[in-house]
Write a protein that binds this ligand. Structure first.
Ligand SMILES: Cc1cc2nc3c(=O)[nH]c(=O)nc-3n(C[C@H](O)[C@H](O)[C@H](O)COP(=O)(O)O)c2cc1C
Length: 367
């Protein structure tokens, strides 16, 4: 057994992890026509030394495909594509959850398939621009406020996507309720100005998220259901509001009742955003008995410290996994990390800057 606690095994819900280092979800925009492919299978298989991989944000609905070339998991072709990914990761002894991300108002209609609509809790436009393959940068498409029927339909889509994920061989699913996408758009009073049961006070604004969690968990099992939150995050024009701590305390209590596998807390402060107040992290830890995962700017040392002190059970790494496909092997052997991230190829469509980052031995040979 390793003397480094982060490199010891861990029982996560139904899934046995070989270590506590998780690959954080990262959009990489290689899914041409929104269908996972062989290149993506290769990329994830290269990173299977992680205790757990969480895939890039993947849409449960045609309406949630707001960025160019992000994958979906609602059609038969997408499920078949994901099967290649899960098989490749499992073959390399890895475990993999899919992140279900509905982009909501963070979207451009050119990125959506025909017939799909940009929807959000309320018609509050997102300032700024986003990439489209057809017309380069474009202003975000103003979203339409979801009707009651569209709320029901969106929940049904999340549930079906979760079932599809199990059919595709995933070990579980993570609901993306962070970083300003649809689920967080319900939590925040700026983006949720509804006057029905899904808007207003904390309980009403949390209702859609908790109903999605419950229905997904009933469909695939609570041990395979997880969620990502970003308290105090301001990505995609989420604005801080009085009572953020009350919202996340309430969510932690309710999620605890639902007995889901983990809460993944994303601290956006590495992206120059306000720091997640430690008190909120502590309060989630106190109120939620199952696994807590933390994310944002970690090193092996900070991960060890968080696990040793009981702040978290698992720690996820984003950018280090892009540039070090063999990240966990490097941690095992105390090898230096490659920190040269090519930002120009983060979201480009091909293998360059995706599957061609070297493992340590290749790096030595080319030096
Ligand atoms: C290229 C890129 C794409 C990302 N896409 C997602 C995503 O699809 N879903 C998500 O929850 N977070 C996403 N993130 C945030 C990461 O999961 C992570 O929280 C962030 O990179 C901070 O961790 P790090 O400091 O270890 O990189 C993305 C980050 C990067 C760098």
């Amino acid at each position: 057994m390793s003397s480094k606690p982060a490199l010891t095994s861990y029982q996560l819900g139904n899934t046995e992890l070989k270590n506590r280092i998780v690959m954080a979800p990262m959009t990489r925009s290689r899914a041409l026509n929104n269908i996972p492919n062989d290149l993506m299978a290769e990329y994830y298989a290269q990173r299977a030394s992680a205790g757990l991989i969480i895939t890039e944000g993947t849409s449960p609905s045609p309406n949630g495909l707001g960025y160019a070339r992000i994958p979906g998991i609602f059609s038969a072709g997408q499920v078949a594509g994901w099967k290649k990914v899960t098989e490749a990761v499992h073959k390399n002894d890895g475990k993999i959850f899919v992140q279900l991300m509905h982009t909501g108002r963070v979207s451009h209609s050119l990125n959506l398939p025909e017939g799909a609509t940009v929807l959000a809790p309320s018609a509050v436009a997102l300032p700024g621009q986003t990439w489209t393959d057809q017309q380069s940068m474009q202003a975000y498409t103003p979203a339409l406020a979801m009707t009651s029927e569209q709320l029901v339909e969106a929940k049904r889509e999340f549930v079906q996507a979760a079932k599809n994920a199990i059919e595709a061989g995933f070990d579980g699913i993570e609901l993306h309720a962070a970083n300003g996408y649809l689920l967080e758009q319900f939590l925040s009073p700026h983006t949720n100005q509804r006057t029905d049961l899904y808007g207003g006070g904390v309980e009403n604004r949390a209702r859609f998220v908790l109903e999605v969690v419950k229905e997904v968990s009933d469909a695939i099992g609570s041990g395979k259901t997880a969620i990502r939150l970003s308290p105090f995050g301001t990505n995609n024009d989420i604005r801080n509001y009085p009572g953020v701590d009350v919202m996340y305390g309430y969510l932690a209590e309710e999620l605890n009742k639902l007995n889901i596998a983990y809460i993944h807390i994303n601290d956006q402060s590495t992206g120059n955003k306000p720091e997640v107040i430690n008190l909120v992290k502590e309060s989630i830890r106190k109120k939620f008995s199952n696994t807590v995962m933390i994310s944002g700017g970690h090193t092996l040392m900070s991960a060890e410290e968080a696990i040793r002190s009981g702040v978290a059970d698992l720690v996820s790494f984003g950018r280090p996994f892009i540039t070090n496909p063999d990240l966990v092997n490097r941690f095992h052997k105390n090898l230096p990390l490659n920190i040269k991230l090519d930002s120009g190829t983060l979201y480009s469509p091909d293998a360059k800057g995706y599957t061609d980052y070297p493992v340590f031995e290749e790096e030595l040979l080319s030096a």
